[in-house]
Design a protein around this ligand. Structure first.
Ligand SMILES: C[S@@+](CC[C@H](N)C(=O)[O-])C[C@H]1O[C@@H](n2cnc3c(N)ncnc32)[C@H](O)[C@@H]1O
Length: 545
């Protein structure tokens, strides 16, 4: 049996020496077991764990648990194994160190039930992988070779990026776009099955995913980064040992590693970002002496802002030698404090480059129109009531939903924790000539909004919920259930915490008297083609008594 090893790429714990006392060993074992026992609920690891146990089956999983062999990997660290892949896993975190969008398959007999997780491969493929990390009933392997490709899914001529298969950014470039949408729908289906805690009949069939109008060149923000060149970190005088500068790599994380890889282009990023990337990287290389440590660079696509209208700091525009026609009308901004301008349909948005805004402009009209239609045109099977008059936009950022939906409401209140974003939301209301007093924005925690909307009639109110990946705080859900708005639209960039929160809302609201919420629809949205990232929109309505 291989020894446990949770540290990616590490050699595993050393074997105990002859002089080590049994007590010490027991203590160490206990500590290790305790560490192993903790999979953070709703984390990427938890999502993968559900996929692993589903593939192994309940019997094999509980047998391993009762024998205490869940952590006894049946293969050595560094071993090469051949595996038939079964299913794409649901875990994923975009542009991060976490492994994303991998495929899972079972080790063949005579091995005990154990799953191998391999990136960049597809269901139905037979692959050779090298094991580099063990976890609970599964091990991670890096792809060595695809022995038998699944030619009905894989088409390598689709791949547009020279770094695909190494860079951590994209996972699905070899898949047709229709298949990518199917994969994302399946992730949402599994999220509600595994994390909502709702009986099957309470979640409607997940609708087909809505496509991004652009499948490449859509990403409006990229953040290449670099570590300090080797040798510079220990230089207490702060002078770089420039003999090491050749090792400087500026780009994105390598898949499954903690290292950065050089990037000269990113086909999912917009043309103006790609044109600026080379000059920006050369500039850093030339001036590396001025960096005390590593850094993250910001490249953000913006419309040019006419003088005197920018909200806040001056723009730092990157000069691109001879911009292509495509890039000409846009600029690349690199200063976190500078103002970005984007159009969403007829509405304009300005916000500081360093703050949150959705990173695929092409999908924002479909997304906001979908939310509008869900609110204003409930299915004909429901009792038809007059359209809502009030909107509460929680986690509102710089006002995307408030402002795009403003023509359809009498009164709107938005709440957001970032004061910068609230400043932008107020500015954006003015920029789009929304009558004064119609849209009010408050800086604070989402749950605080319910004190400010006491005059909103709950049966005429819609609450849009668009939280960060961790989902809503329980306090927010409690306050929401006390307020009892007629309609909820929950937009999410983490379908697993969305499923948890929706489950909680439905369960708790139906536990008391007076009718609770029902899930009317769940629909994935593709904001990030070529990647494993999934967004989803769930619509909930308060049942008539
Ligand atoms: C996914 S973004 C959505 C922003 C906006 N709805 C949009 O689409 O542009 C989530 C937002 O929630 C904000 N946020 C995070 N925690 C919060 C909290 N506890 N209360 C209110 N806002 C919060 C973040 O600053 C971020 O702007």
């Amino acid at each position: 049996m291989a020894s446990d090893n949770e540290i990616e790429g590490g050699p595993g714990p050393s074997t105990s020496t002859a002089v080590e006392s049994t007590g010490k060993k027991d203590k160490a074992n206990k500590k290790r077991k305790k560490k192993h026992a903790e999979i953070e609920p709703y984390s990427s690891d938890d999502v993968l764990w559900r996929d692993v146990t589903a593939l192994l089956g309940a019997e094999a999983t509980s047998e391993a648990a009762s024998k205490g062999t869940e952590w006894d990997a049946p293969i050595e660290w560094g071993a090469e194994v051949e595996v038939e892949m079964s299913e794409l896993a649901s875990n994923g975190k975009f542009f991060s160190m976490l492994l994303t969008g991998e495929c899972i398959g079972k080790l063949s007999e005579p091995h005990p039930p154990w799953v191998i997780v391999v990136p960049f491969v597809l269901p139905g493929e037979k692959v050779k992988a090298k094991i580099h990390r063990h976890s609970k009933l599964h091990s991670f392997g890096s792809l060595i070779e695809i022995l038998e490709p699944n030619t009905s899914l894989r088409d390598t001529t689709r791949v547009k990026c020279q770094y695909f298969g190494k860079c951590a950014g994209c996972q699905y470039q070899m898949l047709s776009y229709d298949h990518q949408l199917d994969v994302k729908r399946r992730v949402v289906v599994k999220a509600f099955q595994n994390f909502s805690n709702l009986a099957e009949g309470l979640v409607p069939e997940v609708l087909p995913a809505i496509a991004s109008p652009m499948q490449y060149n859509y990403r409006t923000k990229i953040t290449p980064h670099f570590d300090a060149p080797t040798g510079s970190r220990n230089d207490r005088k702060g002078k770089k040992k420039l003999k090491d500068v050749k090792e400087l790599r500026i780009g994105f994380n390598e898949h499954g590693r903690r290292s950065v890889m050089d990037i000269e282009e990113c086909p999912i990023a917009t043309p103006v970002l790609n044109e600026a990337l080379g000059p920006i990287i050369s500039n850093v290389r030339r001036n590396i002496h001025t960096y005390k440590r590593g850094a993250t660079l910001l490249l953000r696509d913006s419309l040019p802002i006419p003088a005197n209208t920018a909200n806040g700091a001056e723009n730092t525009e990157v000069a691109v030698d001879a911009p292509t026609a495509e890039a000409q009308t846009h600029i690349c901004v690199t200063d976190h404090k500078a103002t970005i301008r984007e159009a969403v349909g007829p509405m304009l948005f300005e916000y500081p480059a360093g703050s949150f805004f959705q990173n695929n402009n092409s999908v924002l009209v479909p997304l906001t129109s979908y939310v509008r239609e869900a609110i204003l045109n409930p299915p004909s099977s429901l009792p038809q009531t007059s359209p809502p008059t009030h909107l509460v936009d929680t986690y509102c950022g710089s006002g995307l939903f408030s402002i795009t939906l403003s023509p359809h409401f009498e009164k709107i209140a938005g709440v957001e924790i970032s004061e910068d974003s609230i400043r932008s939301a107020k500015h954006n209301a003015e920029l789009n000539s929304i009558p004064e007093g119609k849209c009010l924005f408050f800086a604070g925690k989402a749950e605080a909004i319910f004190d400010s909307v006491k005059d909103f009639p709950p049966d005429q109110t819609v609450v849009v919920i668009d939280p960060p990946r961790k989902g809503c705080d329980e306090k927010f859900i409690e306050q929401l259930l006390t307020f009892r708005p007629k309609t909820l639209v929950y937009v999410s960039c983490n379908v697993h915490t969305q499923a948890r929160d929706v489950g909680m809302i439905v369960e708790r609201s139906n536990a008391g008297v007076g009718g609770g919420y029902m899930v009317e629809s769940v629909r994935p949205f593709d904001l990030f083609p070529q990647t494993a990232h999934v967004e989803s929109v769930a619509v909930l309505r308060l049942r008539e008594e």
